[in-house]
Design a protein around this ligand. Structure first.
Ligand code: UDP
Ligand code: MG
Length: 389
């Protein structure tokens, strides 16, 4: 059985503050970004800090709430050197300049090497021209442009493949996510988590979206056992390794924390500010609700049951078959004991249907097991560390 894990674990703080490397002063905190003369904060190499032993304590719920009131300063505990920011975008030309300026402003708070990877998901407006302009003026900007619209998951995947940072941030391009939250996400990563998801505690989305999303989050939380509030927040921070090991396709970007947790990564969340959409409109229509539900089934099947299909189909099959058997047994008893004819009893059909469905589930499970057996050589684990020879 899948074991519930505790995701709110907290790394013990070092005993003295002096153990931590000092944070370098911001170099361009108040820099204004102009199109032709972008500010390029100097990349400063940070001396590796000494690795501290990992000691974890029990979850601290109030920590999440405290986080919001903390100033967004980077604590700078570990020895990471480079930050990659991945921005998937589809027809967002009006938002991009503000977004770029705000990202640079947020990064100006700490002097680190960084790169921004814009992924143009087949935009038909001027988005590509705008990001090309950024890349011309700023050597830290990379971009990749799709021939057509493949969807946010494909865009994130392409972005991840092109990052070189130790830490990776993803954010939407429509200014709904606030780049000023980057330091608070990274501070949480520094506590020893592998993935930190933003939590849009106060949301500025239409009524129907807010409520359906709350429902989806609750269903996902219960079925996955991962205790976070907001699975589909565009703003997330990852250790670089996580982005290379998760495979997001279709529309699975909604369930990234589930996929990562299934690989054994430690997940947490911090509340983040959210804004209403200023330009353009949402790229996911009403179909998102149906697709979201189907994707949830995909995620559960491909994480929990991918290596043991019989546990799912055998269970369903056994329940259906036994229910059908009970119904038929009851009818047979009545026929035998009280001589009640079976020809005018619709329940008979129902009982038979349940037994047939049960056998079908079983057969599907057996086919699934055969397939798993054939592909058993495929990699099914992620190694944390090792020493060979
Ligand atoms: N996006 C994308 N490809 C798509 C749909 C969306 O790259 O096919 C991007 C979009 O440009 C935005 C982010 O994904 O940067 C989130 O999309 P949106 O704001 O439409 O989603 P919502 O906030 O309504 O959930
Ligand atoms: Mg949006």
């Amino acid at each position: 059985m899948y074991q519930r894990r505790k995701y709110y674990r907290k790394k013990k703080k070092p005993e003295t503050e002096s153990e931590q490397p000092e944070l370098k002063p911001a170099e361009n905190e108040s820099a204004e970004i102009k199109e032709e003369s972008p500010v390029q904060p100097k990349a400063v190499e940070v001396k590796p800090a000494e690795k501290k032993p990992e000691i974890r304590t029990q979850p601290q719920q109030q920590n999440r709430n405290q986080q919001q009131s903390k100033p967004n300063k980077l604590q700078n505990k570990n020895k990471w050197k480079k930050l990659s920011i991945v921005v998937p975008l589809y027809n967002e030309d009006e938002s991009l300049k503000n977004l770029y300026a705000e990202i640079i402003k947020s990064l100006g708070k700490f002097s680190r090497n960084y790169e921004i990877v814009f992924v143009d998901d087949g935009s038909t407006d001027k988005s590509l021209e705008v990001i090309k302009q950024f890349a011309r003026n700023d050597r830290n900007v990379k971009y990749v442009s799709f021939r057509k619209n493949y969807g946010k998951s494909a865009a994130l995947n392409a972005g991840f493949a092109r990052t070189t940072g130790d830490y990776v941030i993803t954010m939407d391009a429509d200014l709904q996510d606030d780049p000023a939250e980057i330091p608070s996400l990274i501070n949480k990563l520094e506590e020893g988590y592998d993935l930190v998801s933003g939590w849009k505690k106060v949301r500025f989305d239409p009524f129907i979206k807010r409520h359906t999303s709350r429902f989806f989050n609750a269903v996902t939380r219960i079925s996955s056992g991962i205790n976070i509030h907001d699975f589909n927040c565009g703003l997330k921070a990852y250790k670089g390794e996580v982005t290379k090991n998760i495979n997001i396709y279709g529309e699975l970007h909604r369930y990234i924390p589930v996929l990562a947790a299934w690989q054994g990564y430690k997940i947490s969340e911090v509340p983040v500010r959210h804004h209403s959409r200023k330009f353009g409109k949402t790229k996911f229509g009403i179909s998102r609700f149906f697709k979201g539900f189907v994707d949830l089934i995909t995620v559960i099947v491909t994480t929990r049951y991918i290596r043991r299909p019989m546990h799912l189909f055998g269970f369903l099959g056994a329940i259906a078959f036994l229910a059908g058997f009970a119904v038929s047994g009851y009818l047979s008893y009545e026929w035998w004991a009280f001589n009640k004819p079976l020809s005018n009893r619709p329940l008979l059909l129902f009982g038979m249907l349940l037994m047939i469905v049960g056998i079908q589930f079983f057969s599907t499970g057996i086919l699934g097991e055969i397939m798993v057996h054939n592909f058993a050589s495929a990699q099914e684990y992620v190694v944390k560390e090792e020493k060979v020879n």
